[in-house]
Design a protein around this ligand. Sequence first.
Ligand code: GYE
Length: 333
Amino acid sequence: MKRRMTYVIIILLFCLTGCTVQQNTEMDTTSKSIVIGFSQSGTESSWRKRHTESIRTELEKEGYEVIYRNGYMNQERQIQDIRSFIVYQVDAIVFTPLQEEGWDAILEEAAQADIPVFVVDRHVSVTDPSLFLTHIGPSFKAEGNRAGLYVSNYFREQSNKTINVLELTGLNDTSPTQLRSEGFRETIQRDLANNHVTIQIQDAISGDFIRRKGKEAIETYIKEGKMDTINVLFSHNDEMTIGALEALEDTDIIPGKDLIIVTIDAQKEMIDNLKKGIVNCVVECNPEAGVFVKNAINRYLERGADAIPKEIYVHETVFSSDMDFSQIPPRNY
Ligand code: GYE
């Protein structure tokens, strides 16, 4: 009897331990969810809001736990946000830098903690490029090229004429600002070589990618009496273009006719303006980065850092006054 009791106890214990072990394994897989720290630079545009949403939803749909921080366009704040991810020991950091310079020290901290960093949208300039795993975003230079190409095509029939461009630039020390400028200049210069028409940048003024600042910059330009000689406004983003259009309301200039307007992002409002003939060319900047970020993280987790290319481009297009508007896909930003 005593012996039988001992057996029963042993079997019971075995069963219990077995059950417990099984339970623990199950718990491990669920409690061990991958945590991603996502530091966004701000909420300055509809484009940016869509960009944030796209990344958060794609990562969450995939089952990742996302800790999201908004840097409110303040680099110090973004650095603190990234530091909090490091303290929390997240599995990966997704980071959309406000500007290009000033990230070496914090990325060094992330590297020390062995946390991979996925840079999205704007670029970072760091002395050691191994401080980030990859950069995922648009080709800003191609966007500038597309804008320049529209302008040179638009004026291609004209000869012996000088076309003056006013460039409304985004935030300084950011790759979209630098590369959009570079891409635009590259394309208009090519046309110059053909001697059809001279397209020149009359002035470049900054609006920091912000609607209000874009409006103020154009208002000042108008007050200075310089707007009348301008044929083309090349604006680095739609928010500033909306500001510029508001400023132009106080003048006789008819946007889209007296002033050719080329703008970047392709927010819904700007596509509506294109259809109405208020702007002439809208270069798309694709905010739907989420799926690319998710794929890169998945691949990194499955195959390691060596399986990730240093640069991952998102696809983009261009919409202009000479196209069939029914071909424009619905905008969700
Ligand atoms: O064009 C603009 C946003 O960095 C590419 O930032 C991004 C730019 C985008 O504020 O609308």
